[in-house]
Every structure is written in structure tokens, then in C-alpha cells.
Design a protein. Sequence first.
Length: 134
Amino acid sequence: APPETREERSPMPSDDAASTHAEINAKLALSDDDLLAEVGQSLGKGATFTDALKRGRHVFENLKRELKGTVCSNGRVIACYKGSKEDTVQAIAAIIDAIAGALHGIPPATIAILLYRTGLTKYCGTGWPPHTIE
């Protein structure tokens, strides 16, 4: 079943949104290498930091290609990016929602933060975000 849509401007975030925001804030404090190593670890326990980092970097490069259409064409990602230049957490939460279904065993928040740090306009290419008529 598709996830139910929540009213975007609800005054009280649901516990789900609050825990997502807490996770995002915690992960925003980590370096890219730490996040990439976490991706590597999620795919196979017991890898050393260096191995996990290498594996994570490789996986992330592949995911960047695979997820590009999903992320860059997602209406909520576009809206959050345009509407919340300062609200990193909202933009990352939108990316998580867009990609969660495509990731198997990889923490979506980690990938979303790495994608966001790549720079969405750079990642999605020239002319992004698309201009919509209000």
C-alpha cells in the first residue's frame, strides 16, 4: 500500500517525522567518509573502516546514477528544495521519501544526506529545479 500522504504544514510532526528528523540531524554531524563507511557496513558486517569506505563509495557512485531520475523528478524534492533553501532537514527528508523504496538494506537517510551534499543542482544538472508556473 502506498504510504499515506501527510499534510506538509502540520504543526506537530508525527513521531515518524520527528525520529526521521532526529536521525538526519545526527547524521549531518558525520563526515562524508563516515557516512560512506556506514553504507559499506550496511552491506556486509565486519568490514574494516577502509574496506567499508571503499565499498560505500562504490555503492554510492552506482546509486547516484540509479536514483538520479527518482530524486530529480520528485515533486516533493523539488518543492522542498525551492521552498526551503535554509531547511536542509526538510529537503533531505523529501529525498529519503523519494528513494527509500529503491534501497534494500542501505540506510536511506545516509544516502539522502550524501546526495544532498553533492549539491542537488549539480547532481540533477543544468536547468534544475524545473520552473513551474505557480
